[in-house]
Structures are given as C-alpha cells and as structure tokens.
Write a protein that binds this ligand. Structure first.
Ligand SMILES: Nc1ncnc2c1ncn2[C@@H]1O[C@H](COP(=O)(O)OP(=O)(O)O)[C@@H](O)[C@H]1O
Ligand SMILES: [Mg+2]
Length: 298
C-alpha cells in the first residue's frame, strides 16, 4: 500500500488560551487535489505551518509521504513545497539568486536548468534578474510559487496563493497548478474563492475554530445539503417568507430545496398562499452555499 501524501493525526496547538487547532485528523492521498477551507482564524495557516515544521504542535503527529515532520524533519521537508500566505522576502536578491539560495537550503547545486523551467512555466523569465523589491505583488506571488518548487517536492501546499491577485494571474496560476497535479503532484490548497475550490478540488476539508467540520469529496459536499435554490419575485413577499423563504432583495424571496422533485409542491404552496408569483430563478448547488450551511451548523 502506498503511504498517504499527508497524514495529520490528532494535532492540537494552543496559543495562550486560544485553541488554534483542536485535534485535527486528515489523510490526503498521493495525487489528490485537496482543498482546505475555512473562515479567517480557522487554523489553516497554523496547520500548514505545522506541516512545514515551522510550528511545533502541542500534541498529535504529522507526516509527509510517511516521514514524521518532527522526528524525520529533513525527509519530511524535502517532500514538501509550501507557498506561504505572507509575502516575505529579502528585497536585495534577484529572483534567480533567491531560487538558487532556496536550492542551496535543500543541498541542491547546479539547479539552473530546473529553475529556468519553473521561471518559464510561471512566465517569470523576463524577471529573472530583477530585484525582489522591484516586483509587483502578483509577481512576488509567482516567485513564492517558484520558490516552493525548486526541490521538486511531490507534495505542494498553497496557502491562499491568489489573495489579492488579479484574475488573469489567478487563472494562469491555476492552470499551472493543475498541470503539476496532472504530472502526479499532490496539491493542497486554501483559498477564499470557493468557486475556484469547487472546480479544482476533488476533496475538501472545512475547518472551523481549529476543527474539521466537514470532510468529503466536492461532489458529495455539494449534494449533502439542501443546496438547490429557488428565488421568486412575488407581489406579497411576507406570504412567501411565511412559508419559510428568506427575503433577499426587493420583492425577491429565496427558498432552499433538496431536489427537483420538491419544486412543484413548493410552487403550489406559494400559489395557495396567494404570494402572487411574478418571476422565478433556479440556482444549482454551489460550494459557497454549502460552506455557509456547514459553518452555520458547526
Ligand atoms: N503566532 C501566533 N500567536 C498567537 N496566535 C496566533 C498565532 N498564529 C495564529 N494565531 C491565532 O490562531 C488562530 C488560527 O490562525 P490561522 O492559522 O492563521 O488561521 P487561518 O489561516 O485559518 O486564517 C487565529 O485565532 C490566530 O489569531
Ligand atoms: Mg491563513
């Protein structure tokens, strides 16, 4: 049996009185494209920092490709590339120098062919000799991605790589990450763009206040909750609200329903209540809705 790319067992981490991680268990298989979602402060970055050996957990254990992050740190770290959430750089180095230094951390010399390949894939070739301080935020973000890849790690974790990044760069980045995944890399991604997580990730864990509150395939998550929506524009919004709808905007009321077999009955009740139907819109289940529902229930 192959080892999981990432195994997290009963991991806890406390900052003073704040429980950042309250016993997290996760197993991510090799080759997965996995999403780690949760509101700000849920513990995503803390968990990623623990995987990278930057934060020492109070309890539990973490493994990368079968290597314990604490006991077998060097091998664990060698198998992991992390794109951190924060943009922190030494501003005096050029992009290429930075990537050479990063290679040096992993004891890799003569890495320029691979560095050139990464730079080309990330459309950074023309910036290879630019100093970091000269780069825009989006460019810096790409360098962070390049930096995570210099040692060809099989497991790549991206902590909100597209925060504050324009749409074009975001799409370029996702294309690149998708290719890495197709080439066999395990990808773990945190993002606030749930639409992107929905299209990219095969499986998703949702974290809230340091706990995993949902863990399933994206497909199952989308269908587990009452996540179809019916929006109606009506003459008498109160009548629709009285049937369990939620007033969303001027004269529009939204209902959640489980499947299309429930739709007819819902419309009939609106008619019987004399709501005065003017217009309807149907919404497919989406991850945004599931996320809100999961966070609300947890
Ligand atoms: N070094 C630290 N010292 C004290 N509290 C911290 C530290 N790092 C994170 N926290 C707290 O731990 C919680 C989880 O933070 P974080 O892992 O950054 O969440 P996320 O990445 O999901 O937004 C937050 O309440 C945060 O304020
Ligand atoms: Mg974070």
């Amino acid at each position: 049996m192959t080892v999981p790319a990432i195994r997290v067992s009963a991991v806890t981490k406390q900052y003073g009185t704040l429980k950042a991680l309250g016993g997290v268990d996760l197993e991510i298989g090799q080759g997965e494209f996995f999403g780690l979602l949760g509101p700000n402060g849920a513990g995503k970055t803390t968990l990623i920092s623990a995987l990278a050996g930057l934060v020492r957990p109070d309890g539990g254990s973490l493994e990368i490709m079968g290597h314990d992050v604490v006991r077998d740190y060097r091998n664990a770290r060698r198998n992991l590339g992390v794109v951190p959430q924060e943009l922190v750089f030494d501003p005096f180095f050029s992009v290429r120098e930075l990537l050479r230094i990063q290679s040096g951390y992993f004891g890799i010399r003569g890495n320029d062919d691979w560095i050139d390949e990464i730079l080309a894939s990330l459309d950074l070739t023309h910036k290879a000799d630019a100093n970091m301080r000269m780069l825009s935020g989006g460019m810096k973000r790409r360098v962070l991605v390049a930096q995570a890849l210099v040692h060809r790690p099989p497991v790549i974790v991206l902590d909100e790589p597209t925060a504050g990044v324009d749409v074009e760069l975001r799409q370029g980045l996702w294309q690149f990450v998708r290719k890495l995944n197709r080439d066999g890399h395990t990808i773990v991604l945190t993002t606030h763009y749930l639409e992107e997580a929905e299209t990219l990730c095969g499986r998703i864990a949702m974290l809230k206040a340091g706990k995993v509150v949902a863990l399933d395939t994206t497909e199952n998550l989308l269908h587990r909750f009452a996540t179809h929506s019916l929006r109606v524009s009506v003459d008498r919004a109160e009548a629709a609200v009285a049937l369990g709808g939620m007033a969303v905007e001027d004269g529009w009321v939204e209902f959640a329903f489980e499947g299309y077999d429930k739709l007819e009955a819902l419309l009939a009740r609106l008619r019987e209540a004399g709501a005065g139907l003017r217009e309807i819109q149907l919404g497919e289940p989406d991850l945004e809705r599931v996320f809100v529902e999961v966070m609300h229930r947890a």
